[in-house]
Ligand binder design. Structure first.
Ligand SMILES: Cc1ncc(COP(=O)(O)O)c(C=O)c1O
Length: 397
């Protein structure tokens, strides 16, 4: 409720710690968890006012909640947006956006290297309602341009996209989208607003899996949609609370706590990742490391143009292929063999035997995911301990 636009504090860390909370009647330093599903009206006139204009008071937590409002104001500020809508999951945020903005007969252009369920939702589900789509290698902006049609309503990219760590030029994608009268939405989950703020490069909408670095502690699932322009927020707002993939106050409160250390965590994880990537690159059992902080990454310069760092997500290929990948996964002790990314715990996974096991080896190869590829999200543990764990696990390969 009320205007969530907030740029009162200048520093990023200051805003991530204090942003969005305007105090309460108790003088709480930390925003309280308002764990109420519904709210009392002062009288029937007040109830009528609230239904006519949601800024006049809270009605029901699916529509708005004071704790969730704090989170939305905070993340909108960190991304440089006008407003935000919190969602129950990251994929809930993606689907809310499609539900609100795509109609039968509309066309969407999407990066082919994208979080798999985002692609699957368009391909299998939104297509049932008449949404047309093109998946393109968006690391070359000309492919986006070539895919545009008169009925294209949205360009949706994820940059960098994993596990291939492919980068899309946000400003170029925005220029193409706007030149064709449509919107650019960017999934900014991997780098977070600490390192990349797509709205500054022309994006209209940013989505996040809050589950990842925004919360940062692998203990919450959630999502958020940030809008550069209030008009798009208003367009999506109604559909958001009618679709119902909205957030819970306790979930929001945990993320508000996580956000306080966002910049510290992201920078520490990136510092560690830079050292680990260099170490891995020299290891005799490693064929190739895909990390935007290495000179060997072909899109390093493009990433530097639009982001202030390479982040802490990388993938590397083992010379021994599928069996080597499995052997390494079964040998790690400190790194957790688990999906997800961006948390303080280091997570490692082997797409060929885990997340992408449903594809054939040839299909994986075509998608840029060779059988020996390992995806690696570096956490906040002591760097030397992570390297020691990798060393002992690689010795068993
Ligand atoms: C880049 C990206 N976008 C969206 C999602 C979906 O988020 P969630 O798992 O919170 O629904 C994920 C989850 O892994 C992701 O990595």
């Amino acid at each position: 409720m009320s205007d969530k636009h907030e740029h009162e504090f200048e520093g990023f860390a200051t805003r991530s710690i204090h942003g969005g909370f305007h105090g309460d009647e108790y003088g709480s330093v930390i925003p309280p968890i308002v764990q109420s599903s519904t709210y009392k009206f002062r009288n029937t006139d007040h109830g009528a006012q609230c239904f006519k204009d949601h800024t006049q008071g809270y009605i029901y937590t699916r529509l708005a909640n004071p704790t969730i409002d704090v989170l939305e104001r905070n993340v909108a500020s960190l991304e440089g947006g006008a407003d935000a809508l919190a969602c129950s999951t990251g994929i809930g945020a993606v689907n809310t956006l499609f539900f609100a903005l795509l109609n039968a007969g509309d066309h969407i252009v999407m990066s082919e290297s994208i979080y798999a369920p985002t692609r699957i939702n368009i391909e299998r589900h939104w297509s049932r309602f008449g949404v047309e789509f093109s998946f393109v290698d968006s690391s070359d902006a000309d492919n986006i341009r070539a895919a545009m049609k008169p009925n294209t309503r949205m360009v949706f990219i994820e940059t960098p996209a994993n596990p291939a760590i492919a980068v899309t030029d946000i400003a170029a994608a925005a220029a193409i989208a706007h030149g064709n009268g449509c919107l650019l939405a960017v999934d900014n989950t991997v780098l977070s607003p600490v390192l990349q703020r797509p709205i500054e490069h022309g994006a209209d909408i940013v989505v996040h899996s809050i589950t990842k670095s925004l919360n940062g502690h692998s203990d919450v699932v959630g999502g958020i949609i940030v809008f550069a322009h209030k008009e798009h927020y208003k367009e999506v707002h109604h559909a958001w609370y009618h679709l119902g993939a909205t957030m819970d106050p306790h979930q929001a409160w945990l993320v508000i706590r996580g956000l306080k250390t966002l910049e510290l965590r992201v920078k520490q994880m990136q510092k560690s990742a830079k050292k680990i990537a260099k170490w891995l690159e020299k290891h005799p059992k490693v064929k190739r490391v895909h990390y935007l902080g290495l000179k060997s990454h072909p899109q390093r310069e493009l990433n530097e143009k639009q982001a202030s760092g390479p982040g802490s997500l990388m993938s590397f290929e083992l010379k021994g292929g599928l069996e080597a990948g499995k052997a390494m996964m079964d040998a790690v002790r400190l790194c957790s063999l688990a999906v997800s990314l961006g948390g303080v715990d280091t997570l490692i996974q082997h797409p060929a035997s885990m997340t992408h096991v449903g594809m054939t080896s040839e299909e994986r190869q075509e998608a840029g995911i060779p059988d020996g590829m390992v995806r690696f999200s570096i956490g906040c543990e002591t760097t030397a301990d992570i390297i020691a764990d990798l060393e002992q696990a690689l010795a068993r390969v």
